[in-house]
Design a protein around this ligand. Structure first.
Ligand SMILES: Nc1ncnc2c1ncn2[C@@H]1O[C@H](COP(=O)(O)OP(=O)(O)OP(=O)(O)O)[C@@H](O)[C@H]1O
Ligand SMILES: [Mg+2]
Length: 238
């Protein structure tokens, strides 16, 4: 049983071919780490799965629960339970943290979700979601809001970026909560200590998944192979 199946997708931006026949599948409840150097297309893959405007594969298909979702818009995919925490945290003028967390569901207790993301509710619930919050604080609030949505599939695009080293455990905690809730997680990260908690890891290089399997094995491969500037044939499946 597969929840998300990406079947041989290709995608190009202007002249640049970002994906050429990339395939990936994620099972229900699976945490799947995605590794890859800067610019390999990890965020682009997230936008294609989310259905962001203009992000439609040139060829290939994306299936969710066995149904093709290529033609569905972002909000239609959101209704199916597909959601994302962005690499760059969001900023909303004129809305409080409490309002932001309860935008989709007024019934939830926002404090519970802030605590999950390592923030003390008393200090944050009445703050505004603007640039008076630090980048790391916004990032945590966004993680809390995504947990509150209770998604079936969540894409975390570098949830650890901008988060201090000592607080990595808060990120790991949020990932554990998703897992306990039965959600599948696509975990985009550059950090080995985060990737290794996944059930499976895959590395993107030169438009394809070049290595997939146990996170310990894939992170080791990612760290040690000699392919500095990937030229296709240098990358071989292990
Ligand atoms: N609108 C655009 N015009 C030109 N190039 C683009 C555009 N959007 C993305 N790209 C290029 O596509 C490639 C993939 O970008 P993407 O943001 O997906 O990389 P990434 O793997 O997430 O990198 P990082 O690790 O730095 O976050 C990059 O080389 C980027 O410069
Ligand atoms: Mg990125």
């Amino acid at each position: 049983m597969v929840l998300l199946e990406i079947k041989s997708i290709s995608y190009r931006v202007k002249e640049k071919e970002i994906f050429s026949g990339l395939s990936l599948s994620v099972e229900p409840g699976e945490v799947h780490a995605i590794l890859g150097k800067n610019g390999t297309g990890k965020s682009t893959l997230a936008y294609l799965v989310m259905g962001c405007e203009g992000y439609i594969p040139t060829t290939g298909e994306i299936l969710f629960d066995g149904k093709a979702i290529n033609h569905l818009l972002l909000h239609e995919r959101a209704k199916l339970g597909i959601t994302m925490a962005w690499q760059e945290p969001v900023r909303f003028e004129g809305i409080s943290v409490r309002e932001y967390l309860t935008l989709k569901n007024k019934e939830i207790d926002p404090s519970k979700y802030l605590e999950m993301a390592g923030l003390y509710p008393g200090l944050y619930l009445n703050r505004m979601m603007d640039n008076t919050l630090s980048g790391g604080e916004r990032k945590r609030i966004e993680l809390a809001s995504v947990v509150a949505l209770d998604p079936r599939l969540v894409i975390l695009d570098e949830p650890d970026s901008g988060i201090d080293m000592l607080s990595i455990r808060d990120i790991l905690n949020v990932i554990t909560v998703f897992k306990e809730n039965g959600a599948s997680v696509i975990l985009i990260t550059h950090r080995e200590e985060i990737a290794i908690i996944a059930d499976k890891a895959s590395e993107i290089c030169n438009g394809k998944i070049i290595c997939s399997g146990a996170p310990v094995k894939v992170t080791q491969y990612y760290k040690t192979r000699k392919c500095e500037v990937c030229a296709g044939e240098e990358c071989t499946f292990v």
